[in-house]
Design a protein around this ligand. Structure first.
Ligand code: PDD
Length: 287
């Protein structure tokens, strides 16, 4: 069945949705995005995602295509029109189509930004069987640009990295810059040692995960110790457990790093407990 998607003010069957070939998202990757998960037809952490979207837009001097309230309405309308129960909503804003190719930004008064949104159905998203087995990751050099805090649509390197992981027989990759882990290819990375949760501090080198913020808050509320600092792959291999977080994966245990199994090679207790808390709290606060 064809989805109903949103393009610049219109709800359309996906096959009728069109964007100009001169759109700067298409030509220059000049755009930003957000992924919001949906459980029981309700939005998880919408406020956080819309705030980060605004921050990404500000950093790139891009005009907001709609107010937060309007964005919320569109998210809800897409859930309704697609009968979405569990899944994701993808939102993308680009600097629009000036009608030709030019490196210089167009005048926003003449070139409105492009707003595209669509749903991805993932039945049973919260019961992902991968969480029971955990995943293996390999380390790959982080050669991304210096503003990884902005959620841009330049996703070629993360795609290449996922392919390298796949070829190596792993599920994902952790990126390493200056000898320490920055984050996962599309998630934030954590290790647990002696009950302490360790994750890299916020900077321009990583995306400021909305799930990360929630997880660290829940961990502290549950009296778990949290340390925000960088760590090496060797330290991670020697940790009791490891995990990643993202809007689509929630909390996903990591059981192997560069071929070295962590602990007994099964998902760790802290990761599984945080996953449980996150899903429970997310359902309670979903809108
Ligand atoms: N990825 N780091 C990177 C590089 C990411 O791409 C993501 C999210 C995260 C986690 O952020 P959050 O908790 O706000 O989802 C960290 C999304 C899900 C994606 O690209 O599909």
């Amino acid at each position: 069945m064809s989805r109903i998607v949103y393009v610049n003010g219109e709800y359309l069957p996906e096959e009728d949705a069109k964007i100009s070939i001169f759109d700067r998202g298409f030509l220059m990757a000049d755009g930003v995005y957000e992924v919001t998960s949906v459980l029981d037809s309700k939005l998880i952490a919408f406020a956080g995602h819309s705030e980060r979207l605004q921050r990404s837009l500000n950093e790139l001097e891009m005009a907001a295509p709609a107010s937060k309230d309007e964005l919320l309405q569109i998210h809800r309308e897409l859930v309704k029109r697609n009968d979405l129960v569990d899944g994701l909503i993808y939102l993308q804003v680009t600097r629009g189509s000036p009608g030709d190719r030019d490196f210089v930004f167009p005048d926003p008064a003449e070139t409105p930004s492009t707003l595209v949104m669509f749903t991805q159905s993932k039945p049973g998203l919260a019961d992902n069987p991968a969480a029971k087995t955990g995943m293996s990751v390999i380390s790959i050099e982080d050669i991304r640009w210096g503003r990884c805090d902005i959620k841009t649509i330049q996703l070629l390197y993360p795609s290449m990295v996922k392919m390298m992981a796949k070829k190596a027989g792993a599920e994902d990759a952790w990126l390493v810059k200056d000898g320490v882990v920055t984050e996962g290819s599309s998630n934030n990375a954590y290790i647990v040692k002696g009950g302490k949760i360790i994750t890299r501090e916020l900077s321009n080198d990583i995306l400021h995960g909305i799930t990360r913020a929630a997880i660290l808050r829940y961990a502290r509320e549950a009296q778990m110790e949290v340390e925000e600092r960088s760590f090496t792959i060797e330290e991670a291999q020697d940790a009791d457990e490891a995990f990643v977080t993202s809007a689509s994966a929630f909390v996903m245990p990591v059981i192997e790093i560069d071929g070295v199994k962590l602990g007994d090679g099964t998902p760790g207790k802290v990761a599984l407990r945080l996953r449980e808390i996150y899903i429970e709290e997310s359902r309670k606060t979903a809108i």
